[in-house]
Write a protein that binds this ligand. Structure first.
Ligand SMILES: [Zn+2]
Length: 132
């Protein structure tokens, strides 16, 4: 029995967030899931060398999967904000930091937190609620 370390927990969370967004884009196919697994395995090694990086793994795994998908399937995730023009993918920001977000550099907006793409495409902006 191996206890669940914070490192394993971070990797588990990262994997779940990326898979949630993949499912939203309807690309959570078996070969795509294995891309995520491959990235998680690679980042496990990386974060074992540098435990302070554990809060960065979610953003890094998302970027790994983006790169892998670009080669084999195409752009992911497509920007849900820009209705016209060339279809383009969202970017992870920060590239190396905690609390990764999907952003559209074209529109210059934050679209959703990693793992929350579903709420970005189906729901409207829930900001702007003011009370005086
Ligand atoms: Zn866009």
């Amino acid at each position: 029995m191996t206890p669940i370390t914070p490192l394993e927990q971070a990797l588990h969370t990262a994997r779940a967030l990326v898979l949630t967004d993949l499912a939203e884009g309807e690309v959570a196919e078996p070969d795509v899931v294995s891309m995520v697994e491959a990235s998680v395995a690679e980042r496990r090694w990386w974060v074992e060398q540098w435990p302070e990086g554990s809060e960065y793994v979610a953003g890094l795994i998302a970027q790994d999967v983006q790169d892998a998908l670009l080669e084999r399937h195409g752009r992911w995730p497509l920007c849900p904000v820009c209705g016209s023009g060339d279809p383009h993918a969202l970017d992870v920001e920060p590239e190396l930091g905690p609390d990764p977000q999907w952003v559209c550099h074209k529109a210059g907006v934050r679209v959703a937190a990693l793992g929350s793409l579903g709420t970005a495409t189906t729901g409207g902006p829930d900001e702007g609620f003011t009370s005086s």
